[in-house]
Design a protein around this ligand. Structure first.
Ligand code: ATP
Ligand code: MG
Length: 232
């Protein structure tokens, strides 16, 4: 389980995360919703250690990881699919996926694990193409594949549907559901696409101005008026 307690973060003088607390459980999809600029990506960067938290604690599987560097978080089983994907455009699909294996020893990191190509057959078809030649949706699948290569127990995704065509959004939704159904992974999904989040969420969190302003179970999202809080 991931436990975040009273997290604070600043950019210069602006207070971006204001005492944020929540939990994300193994076997569950936790969807974090919120409008543009409320601090969702900042929160994820804090969880990955890319911008260390100023105050508060992050505990993962019982261990305090608040001071961990990003690579130590990857070592402890956390993987991150950043907003905008950030794949390596000049490397091939296969090379991009191999980058995801960097937490393992050289011997273990030689080949792309088969399960990734099974989840995303298009990546197998395109494995010798350059990442930069893929469509946006294929790049998103590649970014998720690369994150999964590290065999995470916590998968963090930042707006995976942003700018992606509906057919690929559907495929990504199916993969996220499959991963959750295995029951050995916590998934933290940041989304602004309400319907996608509502379909997947076991737990939801609504963020506004650096705080969680509402939370509940996924099946109650409609009854609890979540769409109204996040509609753009
Ligand atoms: N590097 C930075 N330096 C200064 N301010 C920043 C920086 N990055 C983000 N901000 C500001 O911090 C606030 C939170 O940004 P953040 O990217 O976390 O929001 P978000 O909820 O992810 O938004 P979006 O939905 O557009 O991705 C915004 O007001 C943003 O302008
Ligand atoms: Mg963002």
């Amino acid at each position: 389980m991931l436990e975040v307690k009273e997290l604070h973060q600043y950019y210069g003088g602006s207070h971006i995360l204001r005492g944020l607390s929540f939990e994300a459980r193994i076997g569950e999809i936790t969807c974090l919703l919120g409008r543009n600029g409320v601090g969702k990506t900042t929160l994820l960067k804090c969880l990955m250690g890319l911008i260390p938290a100023k105050e508060g604690t992050v505990t993962w599987e019982g261990k305090a990881i608040t001071g961990y560097k990003p690579h130590q978080r990857v070592q402890s089983g956390i993987a991150y699919v950043p907003q905008g994907r950030e794949i390596f455009g000049r490397l091939t699909v296969e090379e991009n996926l191999l980058m995801g294996l960097s937490r393992f020893s050289a011997g273990e990191a030689k080949a792309v694990p088969e399960f990734i190509y099974e989840l995303f057959p298009v990546l197998r078809e395109m494995k010798h193409r350059r990442g930069g030649d893929l469509s946006g949706g294929q790049q998103q699948q590649l970014a998720i594949g690369r994150a999964l290569a590290s065999r995470p127990r916590l998968l963090i995704l930042d707006e995976p549907t942003e700018g992606i065509q509906p057919s690929v959004i559907k495929e990504i939704g199916v993969v996220i559901q499959k991963l959750a159904a295995k029951g050995d992974m916590a998934i933290l999904l940041v989304e602004q696409f309400y319907d996608f989040a509502a379909e997947l969420a076991d737990q939801y969190l609504v963020m506004s101005r650096g705080e969680i302003i509402q939370r509940g179970r996924g099946e109650n999202m409609e009854a609890e008026g979540v769409q109204r809080l996040v509609a753009i």
